[in-house]
Design a protein around this ligand. Structure first.
Ligand SMILES: Nc1ccn([C@@H]2O[C@H](COP(=O)(O)O)[C@@H](O)[C@H]2O)c(=O)n1
Ligand SMILES: C[C@@]1(CO)OP(=O)(O)OP(=O)(O)OC[C@H]1O
Length: 159
């Protein structure tokens, strides 16, 4: 039996006319996040954490930004693919922890809905999903409200 961990990090910039989807929740905000997918920066960091723990290539390998067929893809579907890859490897996902670094919007009111979406996509319980949020205290690109960053870890067991 092996206990393995993975880490993931992602950033998406704000843009007019886009949705602000975080953890599969469409959060009301004056601007949204730019991306080829739904730009769910939290799910992308979590996907890379899971893939890293599995010892597999990263999100762009499975979902290339040049692939027109995945334009606008829900990042919850990306997490479902990660779960399927874990199943193929006989890996038991244990838990996810994550942090959002965002000056706005306030995500605290949406955390439970985000955990429900992510846990369902990964086949885990909501209590196995950690999501925290912090501002960047007005510093840097996050502090200037140019975008949102996310980081995540995953722990799994492979028999
Ligand atoms: N986008 C965010 C950022 C923060 N929060 C919540 O506010 C708390 C205080 O944040 P600081 O950066 O001032 O430490 C933080 O612990 C979160 O609970 C949030 O909901 N959304
Ligand atoms: C899933 C993908 C697909 O284009 O989403 P993007 O919206 O391009 O987001 P990014 O985090 O820059 O890279 C991951 C991509 O593979």
């Amino acid at each position: 039996m092996k206990i393995r961990t993975g880490i993931g990090y992602d950033v998406h910039q704000f843009a007019e006319g886009r949705k602000c989807i975080l953890g599969g929740v469409d959060i009301p905000h004056s601007v949204g996040l730019l991306g080829h997918s739904d730009a769910d920066v939290l799910c992308h960091a979590i996907a890379d954490a899971v893939l890293g723990a599995l010892g597999l290539p990263d999100i762009g390998y499975y979902f290339p930004p040049q692939d027109e067929t995945i334009e606008g893809i829900s990042s919850l579907d990306i997490l479902k693919k990660c779960r399927a890859l874990a199943d193929e490897k006989g890996a038991d996902l244990q838990n996810i922890d994550s942090s959002l670094i965002a000056e706005a919007p306030k995500v605290l009111p949406h955390l439970e809905a985000m955990k429900a979406n992510i846990s369902e996509a990964l086949g885990l319980e909501p209590e196995d999903i950690g999501i925290k949020a912090t501002t960047n205290e007005t510093m840097g690109f996050v502090g200037r409200k140019e975008g949102i960053a996310a980081m995540a870890t995953c722990c799994l067991i492979i028999q």
